[in-house]
Structures are given as C-alpha cells and as structure tokens.
Design a binder for this molecule. Structure first.
Ligand code: CTP
Length: 404
C-alpha cells in the first residue's frame, strides 16, 4: 500500500514512544522506508538501537554530532521524505513547532522541512486540554499540519481521557491517507460516490447514569470509513461511543443509541453504498427512567424491547435503498452458515463474517473475515483491520463501477 514511500519519523519523549517501534514495523511491512529522528527525551523511553534495528536505518539524534551531520545534514534529512510524522508528539514538541523553536535536531528538522507534516499527540489529559496546548494545536492546524488523535482512554499516569497516542494501525491508516492526498497517486475509484458507514457500539440507557453496551471498539468501522474516503467517496460515519479519533476526510455523526443511529443513517440517504459495521444493541430497556434508579427495595426488573434493525431497514428502504448494502456478522459458532442465513434475513448484498469466539476481533488489531455474497463465499487471510478495510473498499469500488 505504501511501497516506495519515504517517511521521516520524529519520535519525541513520552511514555508512548515505545509504540513508535510497532509503527516502524507496520510502515515497513507496507513497503515504506522509515528514517527516524529521536529527541534526547525519546531516548529515555526507547533505545536508539531498537529504533535503528527496526527501521534498518541509522537513527539521528544530535544536531552537533559530526557523524550525524556528515552522514546526513538536518536540511537534507528534512527534505528526503514524502511525509514527516511526529509520533508521539509531546506537548513540548508541539509548543516548539508552534513557536518555531529550533534547539535540537528534531525541532530544527521540523522547522527546516518543506514537506507535509502529520503529528500524533500523546500526553496527559490535562496537558492536552491546557489552553496553551490547544492554542498551539490551532496554530499548527493553521500552518497546514495534519493532526491525528489523541485518542480517549486510560493514560499511562492512571488518569483517563483524551491524550492517548492513536494505535499504530490507525496511524498507518492516517499516514496512508496523508500520502495519498499529497501524492494524488492512488486511483480514487470512488470519486463521485456517497458512502455511509456505521461503527462502534450503542449505549442503551437504563436511567440517566446507567446503560447497556457491548465490547465493540469501532476500529473496523472507522477503518472502513477512512478507506472509502481515501478512494474518494464522500463518506458519512455514524458512530456510537468510541475512543477513536475521527478518520481523516470523513464526516462523523456521533450517536449514543440504536434509535439515534438509525435516524442519522436515514438522514444520510441517499448513498451509493452502506456498510453496517456497528455492533448495534439488539435490545433496549422498555421504560428508561428520567431519574436514577435507587437501590431501595428489590432489584429492578428490566423489561427489554427490540431495537430497530438498521441494516435490515437500509436493505429494504422503500425510497433510497443503496445500490450496495454490506453487513457484518459477528458469530461465535457456525460462522459461515449463520452469516449466509443472516444475509438473506437482513436483505443485504454482502455479509462480512468474522468469528468473535473467545474475545477475538473485539478491540484487536487483526481480523480474519469471509465475504459472503449471492455468488458464494470468499475467505480472506488474517489481516490488520486497516487491510480488511482497504480490501473491502476496493471490492466496493469494483462492484459499483464508475458513476454514470
Ligand atoms: N445490525 C443493525 N441493527 C441492529 C442489529 C444489527 O444494523 N439492530 C447490523 C450490524 O451492524 C451488522 C449486522 O446487522 O452489520 C449483524 O449484526 P449481528 O449482531 O451479527 O446480528 P444480529 O442481527 O444481532 O443477529 P444475532 O445477534 O441473532 O446473531
């Protein structure tokens, strides 16, 4: 996917620096050349030796090192890349970039570069929300720097909130999107098409503080939205609550529950393709209370009623049935059989079947899926969720053909 592309990766010093190793591995597996610059603080979290070994390139750290400068000066370093990526990007390096400070090799390289820059912030939640950081982020955005994340979740310091480095698999997707925008080399086979994707879990309220939910992370659905947008589709992502950053180039409609998800999907019609990857709760509580249920007396009896089926509704839509409707089937047993039956029952064109036995898939990086359509079953090898998304987007583009 990234064959022949060159990324200059600046690793700054945060606890998430260890994830840069996985990022390097993934980028290289996609055919990308990765050259790394580390700040002094990054060297406290990961060793330059590991970075050099994984990137199979020398690592550059010191602006005053004769060796580094004679091998490759900072100006050349900053120019010999298609994209400069800062991951993790600490509050400190973000502040330096915003102010144009150049006091070490990393910041000097970032100031000297004439190449597009993508940063993946990672820091404590309070540092992220600090007015200074938000001001700096606005400045960088205004300077044309692409920003991915941070994600929401548990942080290394025990707090939780926005501040996590986005997962390496998602970073690869963002890097691929940035490279394809820059190069304009990827054929954008879905230009002129509209796509709708559902993703994530739904939260079905019991009372103002409690809800019923499931283990979906939303990663597969978000990756599909990103992949469709990369191919040029005008993409609307209707997402239940997730910790994921908005995929680049995608319009995101955030919803809480199944009914809101259906309403947002219907509002997005007409579309050429709908991909329902959300793990929609099948049931909701019949009578949501407006006040918190107290613990007095016997435990409450919750009566459940069925939620609307979004996939089936879109598949049988009387006015705006998309030309192609794709559903997912998360099954624990008889995966292919159940999925094939589900395709017919829901009225969709394809089902992407995967096994969720023993916790596989939910929250994981990889996915092993089969595509079931009217012609039969196609088994795909174990792939990253980003790869599943890319392949699915290409299959969708081939099926839709050129817009008339
Ligand atoms: N789906 C939906 N709306 C629902 C339930 C499911 O759009 N209310 C979609 C999912 O997004 C997925 C497909 O239907 O694309 C199958 O979801 P799954 O949970 O596997 O199937 P269910 O319909 O819930 O069937 P069962 O739980 O009986 O396997």
């Amino acid at each position: 996917m990234l064959t022949g592309k060159r990324v200059l990766l600046v690793i700054s010093g945060g606890i998430a620096a260890f994830k840069a190793l996985d990022l390097i591995r993934r980028l290289r597996a996609e055919g990308c050349t990765v050259r790394c610059v580390m700040t002094a603080a990054a060297g406290e979290f990961v060793t330059p030796l590991s970075v050099a070994a994984l990137s199979a390139q020398p690592v550059y750290q010191d602006i005053f090192s004769l060796k580094d400068e004679s091998e490759m000066g900072h100006i050349q370093l900053s120019r010999e890349a298609d994209l400069v990526v800062v991951a993790p990007a600490t509050a400190n390096i973000i502040a330096k970039m915003a102010a144009g400070i150049a006091d070490d090799l990393a910041s000097t390289t970032l100031l000297a570069t004439d190449k597009p820059i993508l940063i993946a912030p990672a820091m404590n939640v309070r540092m992220w929300h600090h007015a200074a950081t938000q001001r700096n982020i606005d400045t960088l955005r205004g300077d044309g720097v692409r920003i991915v994340g941070p994600a929401r979740g548990e942080l290394a310091d025990g707090e939780s909130g926005e501040g996590r480095l986005v997962e390496p698999a998602d970073l690869v997707t963002a890097i691929a999107a940035a490279l394809s925008e820059i190069g304009g080399t990827t054929p954008r086979a879905l230009t002129g098409r509209r796509a709708l994707v559902t993703s994530g879990p739904t939260h079905e309220p019991i009372d103002p503080v409690r809800y019923i939910a499931n283990r979906s992370s939303g990663r597969q659905g978000h990756a599909i939205a990103a992949a469709l947008a990369r191919l040029g589709a005008e993409t609307i992502l209707v997402s239940g609550p997730t910790d994921l950053p908005d995929p680049p180039g995608v319009t995101v409609r955030a919803v809480e529950n199944a009914r809101a998800m259906l309403a947002a999907c219907e509002a997005a019609l007409p579309v050429d393709v709908a991909v329902c990857a959300a793990a929609v709760a099948d049931w909701r509580v019949a009578a949501e209370t407006e006040t918190k249920i107290k613990k007095s007396g016997a435990p409450p009896q919750l009566t459940l009623i069925e939620n609307p089926d979004i996939l089936a509704t879109l598949s049988r839509h009387p006015d705006h049935r998309p030309a192609l409707v794709v559903g997912f089937a998360a099954e624990t047993d008889a995966v292919a059989q159940n999925a094939a039956a589900k395709r017919v029952r829901k009225g969709c064109d394809w089902i992407v079947a995967n096994s969720v036995a023993a916790g596989a898939t939910f929250g994981a990086d990889d996915n092993t899926v089969s595509i079931i359509d009217a012609a039969g079953q196609e088994d795909w090898p174990r792939l990253s969720k980003a790869e599943v998304a890319d392949r699915l987007a290409v299959r969708i583009a081939n099926s839709l053909g050129r817009p008339s």
